[in-house]
Design a protein around this ligand. Structure first.
Ligand code: F1P
Length: 346
């Protein structure tokens, strides 16, 4: 994350620079639709990107599974900007989605971790995340780096289009500059998370719920648990719980809530009450110093207080740790989960 931030933001001047896409400033000023294509964890990062780009740059964004997009007949024009996200840069579905969009004349940006991989070579422009090699198969630091790149992109586009004031940009970039330190603070919860993992290591199901940009974080928390510990897990927008998943809740169902002190805090609290009333066990990812969720939940994990824009970067950390510890306790190989390939090239 430090690498991703370094040299790219100038908090005092309220300026973001993204060298890889600087030739496309005019395109960004006038773009009226962005389509994000990706698979797995990278698709979850794309959903965070949708929230950030729509919120700050006010450009409509669609996020598509590349594995679906490539096989249907999507409407794409030369006016569209397609952002392809991939850790490995070799995912066959994402490459096919890029080829399809290119044929229709769209401009393609890439967000990729591996320098010189196939995907960056197929794109017109893009940024590298420089997160370092992912030792394991399941993406972890690549996700935080992708979200950081998308955060920078959202502010960069907002700056070009004038949809954010200079003072707001200074405020956000100053906070963004602190994120590496806050991530280090979030990592200090490791032993506490390990203790919680021990309580839930024998679970057979788990729900992850969040609102706004915490919804893709919930999806990612569930995917990590599935991928490395083989526990069935689902991520849902907390507000969707009443439309179906609530039927699953009983004393055998742990529910992880991303319940940080942001715009949807009060609403998430009512969702927690609904789970408690049905005997479900609650693990809350909360802002430092929270007392309300602490009273209601079985366990809470604190992360530093931050603006809504940056919650995904911090809230992901305890979820990754939780999956990691549960997987190790269950005797799973966290680096090489069964049936998963580092890059899905077919
Ligand atoms: C996409 C992905 C990963 C997942 C696994 C299989 O890869 O779905 O998110 O963890 O490795 O592939 P990529 O396109 O981001 O390399």
């Amino acid at each position: 994350v430090r690498d991703c931030l370094r040299g790219r933001i100038y908090p005092q001047q309220g300026k973001v620079q993204l060298g890889g896409i600087k030739e496309y400033v005019e395109k960004l000023k006038n773009v009226d639709r962005i389509i994000i294509v990706a698979c797995g964890t990278s698709w979850h990062a794309g959903l965070v990107g949708e929230y950030l780009i729509e919120e700050y740059a006010r450009v409509p964004v669609e996020v598509e599974y590349a594995s679906e997009f490539r096989y249907r007949n999507p409407i794409i024009t030369e006016k569209d900007l397609v952002i392809a996200i991939s850790q490995s840069g070799e995912t066959a579905d994402t490459m096919a989605a890029i080829e399809l969009a290119k044929e229709k004349g769209a401009t393609i940006f890439g967000i990729c971790n591996v320098v010189g991989a196939s995907i960056p070579r197929l794109t017109h422009a893009g940024v590298y995340t420089h997160a370092g090699p992912e030792i394991g198969v399941a993406s972890t630091k690549a996700f935080t780096a992708q979200v950081t790149a998308l955060t920078l992109m959202a502010f960069y586009i907002a700056q070009q289009r004038g949809t954010i004031t200079e003072s707001k940009l200074i405020e956000y970039l100053t906070e963004l500059n602190q994120i590496p330190t806050l991530i280090e603070t979030a990592l200090k919860a490791n032993d506490h998370v390990k203790m919680i993992a021990d309580k839930f290591k024998d679970a057979t199901n788990c729900l992850f719920l969040g609102r706004g940009s915490s919804f893709p974080v919930a999806l990612e928390g569930a995917l990590k648990l599935k991928e490395i510990s083989y526990i069935h897990a689902e991520g849902y927008p907390a507000a969707e719980m009443k439309h179906g998943p609530i039927a699953l809740i009983d004393e055998d169902m742990p529910v992880v809530f991303i319940a940080t002190k942001n715009s949807s805090y009060e609403k998430v609290i009512s969702n927690i009450q609904e789970v408690r009333a049905r005997g479900g066990h609650v693990i809350g990812i909360v802002s430092e110093g929270d007392t309300v969720v602490k009273e209601m939940a079985d366990y809470v994990i604190e992360i530093p207080q931050t603006s809504e824009a940056f919650v995904p970067l911090l809230a992901t950390i305890p979820l990754q740790l939780l999956s990691y510890h549960i997987a190790v306790m269950r005797g799973c190989n966290v680096d090489q989960p069964r049936n998963l390939a580092k890059s899905v090239t077919v």
